[in-house]
Ligand binder design. Structure first.
Ligand SMILES: CC(=O)N[C@H]1[C@@H](OP(=O)(O)OP(=O)(O)OC[C@H]2O[C@@H](n3ccc(=O)[nH]c3=O)[C@H](O)[C@@H]2O)O[C@H](CO)[C@@H](O)[C@@H]1O[C@H](C)C(=O)N[C@@H](C)C(=O)N[C@H](CCC(=O)O)C(=O)O
Ligand SMILES: Nc1ncnc2c1ncn2[C@@H]1O[C@H](COP(=O)(O)OP(=O)(O)OP(=O)(O)O)[C@@H](O)[C@H]1O
Ligand SMILES: N[C@H](CCC[C@H](N)C(=O)O)C(=O)O
Ligand SMILES: [Mg+2]
Length: 530
């Protein structure tokens, strides 16, 4: 599935350099190319290797970290995991043609024709080797890395929009899609593995991109997916409760995120843009090492890039952005106070890259928004319907608080909680919904491997007003009930799945798009304008 992200770069170069002849038997061509392929030892430094066995000078045809994707001639990385252990797939990798193995322990009874390299940390080795294999693509790009619990997708898309010109395409890596310069492909992970990331950055570089914006998830930092990557600017949006299944405490979650700013990923950014309105942002700004320039942003009066005169309504937001050398009035079609924070984050990142603030301000106006983020569905119905990706209690509180303030009628919400994710946020999400909405339909999000009844039990612990919430397993039915209930002046928020076009169950993934479902149901029900 992801082979297109990790082409055999050195081999492609070797192939291009071969003299063009009309008659080249395929196996001879393969042999010729292979002879020109760089050697295994090119990708390691002596200190990386604990012990080794076999020929370190053999050519390799590519890198793999999943035995199911090994191609003949590959170097396979056996990574220790939470669910599986890559070491138990070494035999399978060899059967598929792997000629060299990197592992933290060399298995006994090794195959003689294969080279084994023992390293202290296989994930670290994967990132280092991938960076060398793709020839340091991060260093050829102005790379902006955005982290934080919420706002990463929005801010990276804003940055891409602000930096792009008619002749300059800007790369993107994030939750919704990957823009590789020559094509855009749907995303399967917010921050993919280092092997895929360096492969993608190489494609951007080769397609002529000079900048790229990348979402950096806490899982990505912790699993060394961005180890050694050179970011010019890193951005911190905020830190609120999520992913405690993984990080256990908010402080541990913060420590992981702060590695993107303090050299903890092996590199430090030139500039850090940090949200001063967020308590963890304030802490981070004080802790960033001296050699990193900090540009704070926010509505706080002491922020370097700050917003004044913020005015919000259903049509958009107006604000004055103030920075040390000037100020500019901005009109944006974006709604919601948290989007002021996102606008400032993107503005601060572009300012940090030395872009003209006046030009940035002008371009903000034409930002089309992000798929599934407060996306308005207008099918002639008499009430507002918005599809949003709020999937934490903080995001729900922000989204609903904002809609409450600008909705004349009743506020309704359809929401759910994902399975195999942080259980502790579930009751808090219900409580946040009950704080603002007149009525809520709780339903399935992506149950994944968990029983929906268990997810509902967790969610029910946050119910305060049982008469204002109902639990309905089928998401389409829940949306249908909510559409039936809404009338003129009301607002319906469908939260949690945003841009997603599927629903993930234990043993199947089915097509499901909240936006399409709303459109279909409005059509079927012939909900008429007032
Ligand atoms: C919790 C988590 O992040 N887990 C990731 C981690 O899993 P793991 O360490 O348990 O790995 P594993 O599945 O046990 O496999 C170990 C090794 O064996 C290999 N293997 C496995 C099976 C096989 O047949 N052959 C084989 O070689 C695997 O490729 C892997 O190298 O490493 C795997 C390989 O890279 C990832 O696929 C996996 O992501 C899982 C599926 C996941 O759901 N991750 C989510 C939570 C995530 O990363 N989300 C963030 C976004 C969060 C946010 O938006 O805030 C993201 O960046 O997308
Ligand atoms: N700056 C912000 N502060 C708080 N909530 C926000 C902010 N920006 C967006 N949100 C809310 O969070 C949701 C997700 O936004 P976005 O996709 O930009 O975040 P993300 O960090 O990329 O999320 P993910 O970790 O799932 O990739 C939005 O739909 C909105 O409800
Ligand atoms: N990046 C988030 C997205 C959650 C989206 C929500 N629809 C869910 O499935 O819980 C995660 O993987 O935790
Ligand atoms: Mg995202």
């Amino acid at each position: 599935m992801i082979g297109y992200l990790t082409p055999n770069y050195p081999l492609v170069a070797a192939f291009r350099s071969l003299p063009k002849t009309r008659t080249r038997p395929a196996d001879r061509v393969t042999r010729e190319i292979f002879k020109m392929a760089p050697k295994l030892s090119n990708y390691f430094q002596e200190e990386d290797i604990r012990t080794s066995k076999g020929d370190l000078d053999r050519p390799i045809s590519g890198l793999a970290m999943d035995s199911r994707r090994v191609m003949p001639g590959n170097l396979f990385f056996a990574l220790p995991g939470r669910r599986a252990d890559g070491n138990s797939f070494i035999d399978e990798a060899i059967q598929r043609g792997a000629v060299a193995i990197v592992a933290e322990k060399i298995p006994s009874g090794t195959a003689a024709r294969v080279t084994y390299i023992q390293v202290a940390d296989a994930r670290r080795a994967l990132a280092q080797v991938a960076q060398r294999y793709f020839n340091f693509p991060d260093k050829s790009l102005e790379l902006v890395g955005v982290t934080g619990t919420n706002g990463k997708t929005t801010v990276t898309n804003l940055i891409k929009h602000l930096l792009s010109t008619s002749t300059q395409r800007v790369g993107l890596v994030g939750t919704v899609n990957y823009d590789l310069g020559a094509r855009v492909v749907p995303s399967y992970r917010t921050t993919p593995e280092s092997l895929e990331l360096f492969g993608m950055l190489a494609q951007m570089r080769d397609a002529g991109c000079r900048q790229a914006a990348m979402e950096v998830s806490s899982h990505g930092i912790d699993q060394q997916r961005v180890l050694g990557m050179q970011f010019g600017v890193t951005v911190f949006t905020n830190l609120t409760r999520d992913h405690l299944d993984y990080h256990k405490t908010l402080d541990a979650y913060f420590e992981v995120k702060s590695r993107l700013f303090n050299g903890g990923i092996g590199t430090s950014p030139r500039v850090a843009a940090i949200n001063l309105d967020d308590p963890y942002g304030r802490r981070l700004a004080a802790e960033v090492p001296q050699h990193v320039r900090v540009i704070t942003f926010g509505e706080s009066p002491d922020a370097v890039v700050r917003a004044e005169n913020v005015q919000l309504n259903f049509k958009g937001t107006s604000l004055t952005v103030v920075w040390p050398e000037g100020r500019v009035q901005i009109e944006s079609p974006f709604i919601g106070r948290y989007n002021v924070s996102n606008l400032l984050a993107a503005f601060a990142a572009c300012y940090a890259l030395g872009r003209d603030p006046a030009v940035i301000a002008l371009r903000l106006k034409s930002f089309p928004g992000v798929s599934g983020r407060m996306e308005r569905i207008e099918e002639g119905q008499a009430f507002n319907v918005l599809v949003d990706y709020a999937h934490t209690d903080d995001a729900l509180r922000n989204a609903l608080g904002m809609l409450r303030a600008i909705t004349p009628g009743r506020l309704f919400v359809v929401f759910g909680c994902g399975g195999n994710r942080d259980r502790s946020k579930r009751p808090l999400m219900t409580a946040a919904v009950q704080e603002f909405a007149d009525f809520a339909w709780a339903t399935a999000d992506n149950p994944r491997g968990e029983a929906l009844s268990q997810i509902f039990t967790d969610m029910k612990a946050g119910v305060k007003s049982p008469a204002q919430i109902t639990f309905t397993e089928d998401r389409r039915h829940a949306i249908s009930l909510a559409l039936d209930a809404a009338g003129p002046g009301d607002c319906l928020l469908i939260a949690g799945k945003g841009h997603e076009t599927y629903q993930e169950f234990a043993d199947t993934i089915v097509p499901f798009d909240d936006r399409q479902v709303v459109r279909e149901l409005i059509g079927i029900k012939s909900i008429k304008p007032a």
